[in-house]
Design a protein around this ligand. Structure first.
Ligand code: GLC
Length: 569
């Protein structure tokens, strides 16, 4: 592997205030990034040792999924101690070393905060169980008496996001069947009661703990779920939070107006610290105006645009979602935060290889229709180049810079996402996008760590996607990301305004999207969604393209189908 010196990531653009408005933030999923000790699970020292890779790639910041003390029932999103590191991932000293090294490299560090629920192994929950009904300890969570003559029925009909009922009955300290507690996710993830000031105070302490250690912000897990309708009405609709029920009724557990007060209070805490620290909402909320409410000037800074992530591969639909969501954010003075992949969704290089119009699957198994790998690669690269040209900030999920596909044939017996078990295998779940990264094509475990162990199996195709076979190869996806990040900064695309344009030579084609951007509107971005090549204007300079232009029979250069180009017309 040739060593190119890391390029300092903190450009003048991001050195000053409000860096988050234009930043590209790289999501590290600690279990699967790099393993330093050979146990098959990634860890903090593994990440620190590979931070040069991120500096070289050219991102501005890193977001780390949870690495806190946890029984790992939901891969760390079940936190048993918010202020310590799970031994699986290292120690607090390792976390400090990671933050220090990142800052040395000019990378900011955003950590995950999971405030909706704790692990059932958190001391607070153990205390709640031991203290019994009516106690202040129980009031930290959402315990309720059951319905039915003997309280044998759950308090409401709510279902868990992971499948099955959202309530679990406990056995009281005296051995009798007792109250029920709410868990919107796994039974091992009891929901906290955010109407209780004690909960607020405790989580504010957690914020301060990490701010004091120098982190640059928090990605807030399930930000739309913290407050619940105190009347606890039944809710017979499906839980899918991005969708409002057909009659417009809002769910009693998602996106309630009173959740915003929490973020206003957190914003005050962040603002009391030096530096430009950020809050990022993971909020599966629609329509765009409801999501934009989370990024009002006195609340959070960013909110993932999941509606964009969910948009089918269609010029008209992408144009529509970009227009609507940008307008909604602009109305509150916030940037739009683009995202195509993360640890919860099928990787976009595979998702886009499914027939257009396929509903976004929750994982793919060997029994499902398989994505078209080559088409997914082409569209994935095109989608990335389109996203990175849009005004605002963007998130990149580890491995997408390698074009990594989803693991779509993982055997059932190795799957670990609770969704798989809780739906009786009806939903494959998210393991396929969480597979340990391939760094070296011919090393055991593709260089993930010093042993051949990996907590999830890697598909053989990962040899072709390993970093070492892509580095320095101009046509590789890795070099495409690198060039795109460098040019995005150089051309000033992220702070610019977008204007939809007529694609030259596209005529009446409805599968082509074009816009101008850059400080002087001098960059033309064109995406061909269909298969038909698009002739390029003669004399146009191709600044970057996701696929090499082809020369048609008449000698005219054309952009192939399923491709994006950044042009200087
Ligand atoms: C968020 C996380 C997801 C987790 C869930 C429960 O959606 O991204 O991975 O399972 O919250 O914490």
């Amino acid at each position: 592997m040739t060593q190119t010196p890391p390029t300092p990531a903190r450009s003048p653009r991001t050195a000053g205030g409000e860096w988050w408005r234009t930043a590209v933030i790289y999501q590290v999923y600690p279990r699967s990034f790099a393993d330093s000790d050979g146990d098959g699970v990634g860890d903090l020292p593994g990440i620190t040792a590979r931070l040069d890779h991120l500096a070289e790639l050219g991102v501005d910041a890193v977001w780390l999924s949870p690495f806190y003390t946890s029984p790992q029932a939901d891969a760390g999103y079940d936190v048993a101690d918010y202020t310590d590191v799970d031994p699986l991932f290292g120690s607090l000293a390792d976390a400090d070393a990671l933050v220090a090294r990142a800052h040395e490299l000019g990378l900011r560090v955003v950590v995950d905060l999971v405030p909706n629920h704790t692990s059932d192994e958190h001391a607070w929950f153990r205390e709640a169980l031991a203290a019994g009904p009516g106690s202040p300890e129980r009031a930290v969570y959402l315990f309720r008496d059951g319905k039915g003559a003997h309280g044998e029925l759950p308090p409401t009909d709510w279902v868990s996001v992971f499948g099955g009922p959202a309530w679990e009955r406990v056995t009281e300290p005296d051995g009798t069947p007792g109250q029920w507690y709410l868990h919107l996710f796994d039974t091992k993830q009891p929901d906290l009661d955010w109407s209780n000031p004690v909960v607020r105070e405790r989580l504010e302490g957690v914020l301060r703990f990490w701010l004091d250690r120098g982190v640059d912000g928090f990605r807030v897990d399930v930000a739309h779920g913290l407050t619940k309708d105190p009347a606890f009405p039944d809710w017979s609709h499906p839980v899918s939070p991005l969708r409002v029920s057909a009659d417009g009724t809002r769910a009693p557990m998602w996106d309630r107006d009173d959740v915003h007060e929490i973020y206003r209070s957190w914003r005050r805490i962040l603002d009391s610290y030096e530096g430009d620290r950020v809050l990022v909402a993971e909020a599966w909320v629609a329509p765009a105006e409801r999501l934009a409410a989370y990024v009002r000037p006195d609340e959070m800074h960013q909110a993932f645009n999941f509606e964009y992530l969910e948009t089918p591969w269609s010029a008209a639909q992408v144009r529509d979602v970009v227009t609507r969501t940008t307008a909604a954010n602009t109305a509150v003075g916030a940037p739009t935060t683009w995202v195509l992949s993360n640890h919860d969704v099928v990787r976009h290089a595979s998702r886009l290889g499914l027939p257009v119009g396929t509903p976004r699957p929750n994982g793919i198994t060997a029994d499902d229709p398989q994505p078209d790998e080559a088409l997914g690669q082409a569209r994935g690269r095109a989608a990335t180049l389109l996203m990175l040209a849009l005004p605002g900030s963007a998130y990149v999920y580890q491995g997408e810079e390698l074009g990594l596909p989803e693991h779509t044939t993982m055997p059932a017996d190795v799957r670990q996402d609770p969704t798989f078990a809780r739906t009786g295998g009806a939903e494959a779940g998210r393991d396929g996008c969480r597979v340990p990264l391939p760094w070296t094509h011919d090393a055991p475990g593709y260089g993930f760590g010093p042993s051949r162990r990996t907590w999830l199996p890697q598909p053989e195709s990962y040899a072709r996607y390993a970093l070492d076979v892509q580095r320095g190869v101009p046509s590789s996806t890795y070099e495409l990301y690198r060039s795109a990040l460098r040019l995005r900064a150089e051309l000033g695309l992220a702070p610019a305004e977008l204007a939809w344009a007529e694609a030259p030579g596209a005529g009446a084609r409805d599968d082509v999207l074009a816009f101008t951007t850059g400080p002087d509107g001098g960059v033309l971005v064109v995406t061909v969604f269909g298969e038909e090549p698009l002739p390029l204007p003669s004399g146009a300079e191709v600044l970057l393209a996701s696929a090499d232009p082809v020369t048609a029979a008449d000698g005219v250069r054309a952009l192939p189908g399923s491709a994006t180009a950044w042009l200087r017309p």
